[in-house]
Design a protein around this ligand. Sequence first.
Ligand code: NIG
Ligand code: FE
Length: 409
Amino acid sequence: MSILLKNIGKLLNPRSDGTWDEISQAAISFDDKVLRYGPEAAMISKAGDAEIIDAGGKLVTPGLVDSHTHVAFAEPRQAEFEMRNAGKSYQEIAAAGGGIRSSVRSLRAISEDELVERILPRLNTFLQYGVTTIEAKSGYGLSTEHELKQLRALKSCAERHPIDIYRTLLAAHEVPDEYRDNRAKYLDIVINETIPAAAEAGLATFCDVFCEEGVYSVDESRRVLVAAKAHGLIPKIHADQLSYSGGAELAAEMSAASAEHLDYISDAGIRQMADAGVVFCLLPGAVIFLGLDRYPAARKIIATGGQIALSTDFNPGSSATQNLPLMMTLGCVFCKLTIREALWAATYGGAAALKCTDWTGSLNLDQAADLVIWNCDDERLIPYYFGVNLVQDVYKSGRLVVKDGKLLA
Ligand code: NIG
Ligand code: FE
């Protein structure tokens, strides 16, 4: 049976070109997919036997898409947060054996089943923030065995939870403890063993690499992504996060789906990525949480014709938040996105970064019925009340999963 959601004060549907279809006093009908939407009067006359639900004059948008998360971790790293606030940098903590490598030790110590139990409640939190689709990376295993364990755990979670999860292999996230003096050997394992195994088992859609001074160079990153493409995985790159590395130019060269962070991107990188249609995935949560102050040049990116996605980067080190609406606030305040641009980046832009715009991120005919009823009638209030969750109800593939801010069983 289908649902007709009526009395929508404002319905906002993002278009691919960055503009919006905007209807006041609207209605939308859907089963598991969107059937149609339009002005309420015309919709009600065609309601048929649909169940009619009153949206109370509130704002309706597509479900949010968080296109960059590291949700599959074992333990939080709150001690590092304290150390940073006392003056240590993210890189100093990493060089001393903390950071990603600390998450690797804790992840290797727990079973796949235990990892599933730790991820599931985090997926609930995403839903409560209006996020109906996420990307999730491995990268805390750093061995074929434990990288695949992470990806399988994510797959099991998706089978048990309404959220859609796009999986990314990030075996080149760091150099693990046991290969610190033979990094070439670890890279060989990633290229010749981990990537083929993940692809063969159908465990990942994307392959990411942390291209950064002190982690993987542009040449090493290229080798990883060339291998990934040869095995049918779509490239993504953590690029130009803490310093300029040339990762954005590599993303363009590799026709990556997206490049991530980009706080130090060059003008040439912006141009090349925009020309190549690589999505600019901006993660302002990581900038603020690391105590840094260099944000990506969003205005320049938009002026160059680039498509922006805004994401949480949810992870235990650099961005311990799942609040994607809050990332809209940071995007507006620090990257000078307009509110509509920020909302576009958290819906359509996120889907573009995951190459799933024909499935979610907007409310067009035959898309998954992923939508949010907000507890307001004006989208400007979403980033305005920063840190506050204005999500009222969430439908995922047509099913009510959050009501009045509370998760339904
Ligand atoms: O996107 N930059 C690399 N990876 C993550 C941080 C991961 C961690 O510190 O655990 C990021 O910021
Ligand atoms: Fe990340």
